[in-house]
Ligand binder design. Structure first.
Ligand code: NAP
Length: 242
């Protein structure tokens, strides 16, 4: 048996229409999984790249939106990837920008995981959750108060769920991506000063690609990672070690 294979498993990836979520869906498909691509809008572009998969509409601005998704068919792997960012100086940060980010990036991560965990426990089946955290699960960042608070929260939620569910055969881990070239970081790459300051600090000397995260997600969801629980794995070109 190939310990890195996802053959025979079904994965649900949130925010799978673009960026890191799309790369995770494609990488899991290549590793043998059937992938359900969840998006607040169509994931048809991602589904067209899969050998076996389909899409569902899931708008996680309602953090309870996934409450019934996991009772419909057996799902083995959940990737909580969907996320948004709002930038503003702390003194001007609005309640709306706080609440919107906390709902999608943290509250939905917990309650989607809760729905998934309930379904697994009912089936008495093992499974796996991969959360997408951030460097801002460890660092403060600047002008992104709600994003930093939410991503610190994702690290905590990853650990508490691992503590409660590891003995039930459910692996809960997170990936902390560094600076990855996606829509989320377009504003940074478009600013020449920020772009060169970021690149100078990355030991690997390049922006990450979405597929760098896709392959890591496959690893964390695979049998090779079965004894990994509550880990937050930095995939950052060496940024945090510097
Ligand atoms: P992205 O291209 O902006 O993708 C974000 C995804 O989340 C999109 O599919 C987006 O859908 C979806 N989404 C947003 N709000 C949603 C909602 N209410 N319901 C369902 N889906 C929603 O950015 P990305 O870089 O791939 O981000 C993916 C994850 O990685 C996020 O959690 C982000 O915080 C994290 N991350 C990214 C980086 C980076 O450098 N890029 C670094 C650390 C962590 P739409 O296309 O409809 O907006």
């Amino acid at each position: 048996m190939n310990p890195f294979s996802l053959a025979g498993r079904t994965a649900l990836v949130t925010g799978a229409n673009t960026g890191i979520g799309q790369a995770i869906a494609v990488a899991m498909d290549r590793a043998g999984a059937k992938v359900i691509c969840a998006g607040r809008r169509s994931c048809v572009e991602t589904v067209s790249q899969l050998s076996e998969g389909r899409e569902i509409i899931l708008d996680l601005a309602d953090p309870m939106a996934a409450r019934d998704v996991f009772s419909e068919e057996p799902i083995d792997i959940l990737v909580n990837n969907a996320g948004i960012i709002r930038r503003s100086d702390a003194v001007d940060f609005s309640e709306a920008d706080w609440d919107e980010v906390m709902d999608v990036n943290l509250k939905a991560v917990f309650f989607t995981s809760q729905a998934f965990g309930r379904a697994l426990l009912k089936r008495e089946a093992g499974g796996c959750i991969v959360n997408i955290a951030s460097l801002l699960s460890f660092q403060g960042g600047i002008r992104v108060a709600s994003y930093t608070a939410a991503k610190h929260g994702v690290a905590g939620v990853t650990r508490i769920l691992a503590n409660e569910w590891a003995a039930k055969g459910i692996n809960v881990n997170a990936i902390a991506p560094g600076y990855i070239a996606t829509n989320n970081t377009e504003a940074l790459r478009d600013d020449p000063d920020r772009n060169s300051a970021i690149l100078e600090r990355i030991p690997a000397g390049r922006w990450g690609e979405a597929n760098d995260i896709g392959e890591t997600a496959v690893f964390l969801a695979s049998p090779a990672a079965k004894y990994i629980h509550g880990a937050i794995l930095n995939v950052d070109g060496g940024w945090l070690g510097r």
